[in-house]
Design a protein around this ligand. Structure first.
Ligand code: NAD
Ligand code: ZN
Length: 402
């Protein structure tokens, strides 16, 4: 009998105004002093006070490290851990988009087990539980608040590295959609299309019952492929994104749209962090690192091209995605319906301002070969994809997307 896994954050508190309850939840985790990992933009936006206030009211000492940056480097995670250690902290709170959450997760591992961030990249490299870890997202996108992943940029190698361990799942994910209200439209768009990419990749990956046959003897995988629980989460996430992403981008202060997107991002995080992300993410890692674009816009640009490549292996699921996004497909042939679904994804990304061609990021044709080579080395993302690509396939996807 095939089996699948499901893991998420230790506890999830979701809802507008939830941040006011932070103190009591931190006390349940027996936290007395905690380092808040954030960045100058969020401090400026007044969000740091929204977090330190409730902590102080609960008698918890909070120190702030605000050296976070978008698409953070290994060095930033090392610096955050150093700040935690020199302030004598026993717990870490990530406040921000996926970038700060990932820095906080890596810092929590370093604080518990020593070493540096690079030691915790790769699969299952965290030897045991990390120190108490709280994640409070301020974007609706990455799902890092519930995920097992940490993504950091290796500036020297020019690629993003991933650390994958269930020990990286925060003890508490506190998702308060009000904290996303100050997100500029570009951040809303980029992080929102990342959430859509998570849901679509989780949903269209290889079936969990077929996946074990793809593993060679002795190989393990952080992902299981699509499974019924992931499907339920991913379908709901796609539907919510269809209903709310355009509105959240155009009307930043529309709380209902922000709530829909915050829920979608967390659900998509729950889905992808056991079902897996795949070739879209694998292609984005070297491109993002080289071109200094956001993870979300890179994924959003590539998504329709990878969906088209995967189509013969997941046609029914692609049609369902289109329907969930609101495309009318009744009366169409299976081929036409699938094409319409992919067009619906492209239309959504166009409408929110995601570049439609790689060249718009400054990519030149001679770079594509190198990108395909680097992506191809990320085996865990190749073999979970519905269609296992060759390096030539990756190059052709990039040429299409160029
Ligand atoms: N760990 C995971 O599971 C996972 C999954 C997907 C992506 N990621 C990683 O997450 C990162 C991207 O995260 P992101 O898309 O959330 O963006 P981000 O964290 O990089 O933030 C982008 C910018 O928006 C600002 N910002 C964030 N929230 C704001 C708010 N409420 N108001 C005003 N400004 C705000 C930030 O300060 C930053 O300058 C990438 O490094 C990516 O690789 C991680
Ligand atoms: Zn992503």
């Amino acid at each position: 009998m095939p089996f699948f896994n499901f893991d998420t954050a230790g506890h999830l508190l979701f809802g507008s105004g939830a941040v006011a309850r932070l103190g009591e939840h931190a006390r349940l985790l027996e936290i007395e002093k905690i380092l808040v990992v954030t960045d100058p933009v969020l401090r400026q936006a007044g969000l740091v006070d929204r977090v330190t206030g409730p902590l102080q009211e609960a008698g918890i000492r909070a120190e702030v490290y605000d050296g976070g940056e978008p698409e953070p480097s290994l060095e930033v995670a090392n610096a955050a851990a150093k700040a935690a250690r020199s302030a004598g902290m026993q717990a870490v709170l990530g406040l921000g988009g996926g970038s700060n959450l990932d820095v906080a997760k890596a810092a929590a591992a370093i604080l518990a087990h020593g070493g540096s961030a690079l030691d915790y990249m790769g699969v299952n490299t965290v030897p045991g539980p990390v120190c108490p870890l709280i994640a409070i997202p301020t974007t609706a996108g990455t799902g890092s608040e519930v995920s097992q992943a940490v993504i950091l940029t290796d500036e020297q190698a020019g690629i993003k590295l991933a650390g994958q361990s269930d020990h990286f799942r925060p003890a508490l994910a506190l998702v308060d959609p009000e904290l996303t209200m100050t997100c500029p439209s570009k951040v809303t768009a980029d992080s929102g299309i990342d959430a859509l990419t998570h849901a679509i990749e989780a949903y269209t990956n290889v079936d969990y019952r077929e996946f074990p046959a793809r593993l060679k003897k002795g190989e393990s995988s952080p992902f299981d492929g699509n499974h019924p629980l992931g499907d339920a989460l991913a379908e709901k996430a796609v539907e919510l994104i269809g209903e709310n992403l355009r509105r959240a981008v155009r009307e930043p202060e529309n709380l209902q749209a922000r709530e829909g997107m915050a829920l979608a991002a967390t659900l998509a995080g729950m889905a992808f962090s056991t079902c897996g992300v795949a070739v879209v993410h694998a292609l984005e890692y070297p491109i993002g690192a080289a071109m200094h674009i956001s993870h979300g816009e890179g994924n959003g640009q590539l998504l329709p091209f990878v969906m088209r490549y995967n189509l013969p292996y997941c046609r029914e699921r692609v049609v369902r995605i289109g329907q969930l996004l609101g495309a009318e497909v009744t009366g169409l042939s299976a081929e036409q319906a699938a094409e319409k679904s992919i067009e619906e994804v492209s239309k959504l990304s166009r409408d929110i301002g995601i570049p439609q061609r790689l060249r718009e990021f400054g990519v030149t044709e001679d770079m594509l070969e190198g990108f395909s080579r680097k992506s191809y080395t990320i085996k865990r993302l190749m073999r979970i994809n519905p269609r296992v690509p060759t390096r030539q396939d990756l190059l052709e996807i990039l040429q299409d997307a160029f």
